[in-house]
Design a binder for this molecule. Structure first.
Ligand code: SF4
Length: 334
């Protein structure tokens, strides 16, 4: 990450106005994942380039220091490179999500992403087993494509993160999945906690994540152990994973509530701003909202990883150990 981006994050964090945002720039997707229904949505929407650029500028003005481009499949948007370039120009650390690695092999997209200042590619990685990956994402030869893409990514400055959902196929052998991801060349691993969402824009669920709380806890306990051993560069902090275990056992015992709508945000392809991908409520539209509109009481209604993990960084003195750990163990990814 460039010094300029680091400075921007530090400045906004110290001013207590730092925000991390997921911006979904399309609902079109190539994958047909077992645990997500976005690919079924009609009509397919791609954000208008000019309006999206206005949104990115406004997000930067309002203290967003980390911006994740998501979808659907953000790499299907014809202007994704321009969006990354603008995020970099506005000193925002940025990541692009990807579920279909073949998209990273198109022409010179990787060098364009690198030149635009893309910091991180976050690629879905559910299993080290090719047949399981093909079945869960419904993309033939996905592992071969991923291995090929990874060789190319390693020649750039972009970091690669395996985005591992804990699901009923891997919660009992998470270390194998992590080992496979690292062997393939991933720099980091993020663990995603299974959750059901009835959100109209972001429906999540399905049989693949329909397993018991105790099994999810078993997966998280392995995640904590692997993180402590430090072998696989897992970016989720112990404290955040323990926080989720507490939530699953008894929500009243949670020490780190979620700051969805205040420090973490979701902007959909209509530019509507929601506290997260889980809640159906719309806080306003990013084209018209003011910074003072990003106010919301802390929430404890679900265990969605990205929002809950980031939120542990905004809890006063209690966040200090997490902050130091994130900075030292993740090589500054946050
Ligand atoms: S706890 Fe869940 S529902 Fe509440 S704001 Fe955070 S992510 Fe959204």
């Amino acid at each position: 990450m460039s010094l300029r981006k680091k400075f921007n994050i530090a400045k906004n964090y110290l001013l207590n106005r730092f925000k991390a945002c997921e911006f979904a720039i399309t609902n079109a997707c190539i994958a047909k994942c077992d645990f997500c229904d976005i690919w079924k949505q009609q009509p397919k929407v791609f954000v208008d380039k000019k309006k999206a650029e206005l949104v990115i500028n406004r997000l930067a003005d309002f203290g967003v220091g980390h911006l994740t481009f998501t979808g659907g499949e953000p790499l299907l948007h014809p202007a994704v490179i321009d969006f990354v370039k603008l995020a970099t120009k506005r000193s925002m650390h940025n990541a692009v999500l990807d579920a279909a690695p073949s998209l990273l092999m198109r022409g010179d997209i990787l060098s364009k992403l690198e030149d635009s200042g893309c910091d991180l590619l976050s690629i879905s990685f559910d299993s080290g087993d090719p047949a399981t990956m093909e079945k869960s994402r419904k993309i033939p030869h996905i592992m071969d494509q991923m291995a090929e893409a990874m060789v190319k990514i390693k020649k750039t400055r972009i970091k690669a993160m395996a985005s591992v959902l804990i699901w009923n196929n891997n919660y009992y052998h998470l270390e194998d999945v992590c080992k496979n991801a690292v062997n393939m060349g991933y720099d980091f691993i993020s663990l995603n906690y299974p959750t059901f969402s009835k959100s109209q824009v972001y429906p999540l669920g399905g049989e693949a994540i329909n397993f018991t709380k105790e099994d999810v806890i078993h997966g998280l306990e392995q995640g904590i152990k692997l993180h402590r051993e430090g072998k696989y560069h897992i970016i989720n902090s112990d404290i955040s994973m323990q926080n989720i275990i507490n939530y699953l056992r008894d929500p009243a015992t949670v020490k780190y509530p979620c700051h969805g709508g205040r420090h973490v945000l979701f902007v959909d392809w209509f530019f509507d701003v929601r506290p997260c991908m889980q809640l159906p409520c719309v806080m306003g539209n990013m084209l018209t909202m003011k910074e003072k509109d990003f106010r919301r009481e802390p929430c404890n209604d679900c265990n969605m990883s990205w929002y809950r993990d980031f939120s542990t960084l905004f809890q006063g003195f209690r966040s200090l150990p997490i902050l130091f750990e994130s900075l030292s163990k993740s090589g500054g990814i946050l």
